[in-house]
Design a protein around this ligand. Structure first.
Ligand code: GLN
Length: 460
């Protein structure tokens, strides 16, 4: 990516990005633009450079921010009516770190409200179109960020991934998507979805850019006690895999998976072979339970996290409300999207005293079995390879009346999330109709840079 220096003005980089965003406005990648602040910051960066000061590793680089990251510039909406007019008093740690290196937020990108979804159709502000076909979904929930990078509006964008929300839209739009090990990047200042699987990562056009952005965001933060000590510290050349062996997950290469997707993954496996990797098929029988586990555990956490939207502390308060009960009920009815409500109901159901053992507790036990299965696989392999999604981007509206069908699209991205593992979405070709297809590499905890190293060896 282009960094501002004596010859490249930050103001020009930011202006170009803002103009491009305008040109592609009809894709609806952005919920709001940050033009005035962005240009002001760009001028400050240029002045710093003129004075001969260090303007940071991302000096003047424009970026797009998923609208669930808190920052006081403009509204942070999480694409929900509930937060339509919410101005944050704080800045998310990830954003603060990126901005401290000179990067400039040009706008906030669209998502499924509260990141609940895989198509960006659940946004209160309407859907985002796919960068390759306007009649198709951008994927989600970080659809706007993926499209902003795919259309070359910005060289990188931030996203969040709870069960696939970075990897799947990256795959649908032909860009890299990094979902790090749980705890790599602070969750402080990001609107919570499911606290045991929420991760913060990025989209980029190439491996080096992705690595640079992640290395800046990663590391301990006293405001998020689940953050790990910074392990994103190596030059990428040195993050070498020990075994040079990759497992191709057979369970995700069978029935129900698009033929063109399978062909793209086999083709990617061949490239890895040529780069010196041994590829072996592996069966992982527990994977078939991951979707069921996810759609119990995650709604349970969602129901808890969303209980804070009571119409009193912040965000919307219904104008119709007359007493305490109606403040709660009417605000939540008006402020949430149908998918948010569905998840709150499922979550409260699986946590209720009569059903806790049968659903929530059982799901957590099954989750442990899944983690064990991954651990066993990683005794033998550096990483596991599979598609990101069973098929390329689907049509806008195709799944909207059938939530279960929509959930099924997440089958390949939720397992690593439940296990806290890093997952990398890599552009791996296109279908005959010209739709991008992504390959997914998953590794043991904190092997994030090794995954990027592998991807770089076969990058085009
Ligand atoms: N599509 C998945 C879901 O709807 C993942 C969402 C996410 O990662 N935020 O839960």
């Amino acid at each position: 990516m282009k960094i501002a220096d004596k010859n490249t003005k930050a103001v020009d980089l930011v202006r170009a990005a803002l103009e491009k965003a305008k040109e592609y406005e009809d894709y609806h990648a952005f919920i709001s633009m940050n033009e005035a602040h962005a240009l002001e910051r760009a001028r400050e960066i240029d002045e710093k450079i003129a004075r001969g000061e260090d303007a940071g590793r991302l000096a003047g680089v424009p970026f797009a921010l998923k609208d669930n990251y808190l920052s006081p510039e403009g509204h942070t909406t999480a694409a929900a009516k509930m937060l339509e007019n919410f101005i944050s008093p704080i800045t998310a740690t990830a954003v603060a770190r990126i901005e401290a290196e000179g990067a400039i937020m040009i706008g906030r990108t669209n998502l499924d409200a509260y990141a609940h979804g895989g198509s960006t159709e659940n946004s209160y502000f309407g859907p985002t179109s796919n960068a390759y076909d306007k009649t198709r979904v951008s994927g989600g929930s970080s659809g706007g960020s993926a499209v902003a990078v795919a259309l070359d509006i910005v060289p990188f964008a931030l996203g969040s991934d709870t069960g696939g929300s970075i990897r799947q839209p990256a795959s649908f739009n032909g860009v890299y998507g990094v979902k790090p090990t749980f705890g790599t990047v602070s969750r402080y200042g990001v609107v919570a979805m499911a606290s045991s699987t929420d991760t913060m990562g990025c989209f980029a056009k190439n491996v080096d850019d992705a690595n640079l952005v992640m290395s800046i965001m990663a590391g301990k933060d006293e405001k998020d006690s689940t953050t790990l000590n910074d392990f994103w510290t190596k030059p990428l050349e040195e993050a070498t895999p020990a075994k040079k062996k990759i497992g191709l997950i057979k369970d995700f290469m069978g029935e129900g998976v698009d033929e063109e997707v399978k062909a793209a993954i086999r083709n990617y496996a061949d490239k890895l072979r040529k780069a010196g990797y041994e590829i072996e098929e592996i069966r992982m029988p527990t994977l078939k339970y991951a979707l069921a586990i996810y759609y119990i555990v995650v709604p349970a956490e969602i129901a808890s996290n969303l209980s804070r939207y009571d119409g009193i502390r912040y965000g919307l308060r219904s104008k119709e409300a007359k007493d305490l009960d109606s403040v709660y009920n009417m605000t939540r009815d008006e402020g949430f999207m149908p998918e948010n409500k569905r998840r709150i109901m499922i979550g409260n159901f699986v946590l209720s005293s009569g059903f806790f053992d049968a659903y929530y507790l059982k799901a957590q036990k099954a989750r442990t079995l899944l983690i064990n299965e991954y651990n066993k696989a990683f005794e033998k392999y550096d990483a596991l390879l599979c598609p990101v999604a069973p098929r390329p981007a689907f049509k806008i509206g195709e799944n909207t009346s059938d939530p279960l069908q929509m959930y099924l699209e997440d089958v390949m991205t939720v397992p690593p999330s439940l296990a806290g593992l890093p997952g990398l979405s890599i552009p791996a070709g296109e279908s005959k109709a010209g739709l991008p297809i992504g390959a997914q590499l998953v590794g043991p905890r904190q092997s994030d840079q090794i995954l990027l190293h592998i991807a770089k060896e076969v990058e085009e």
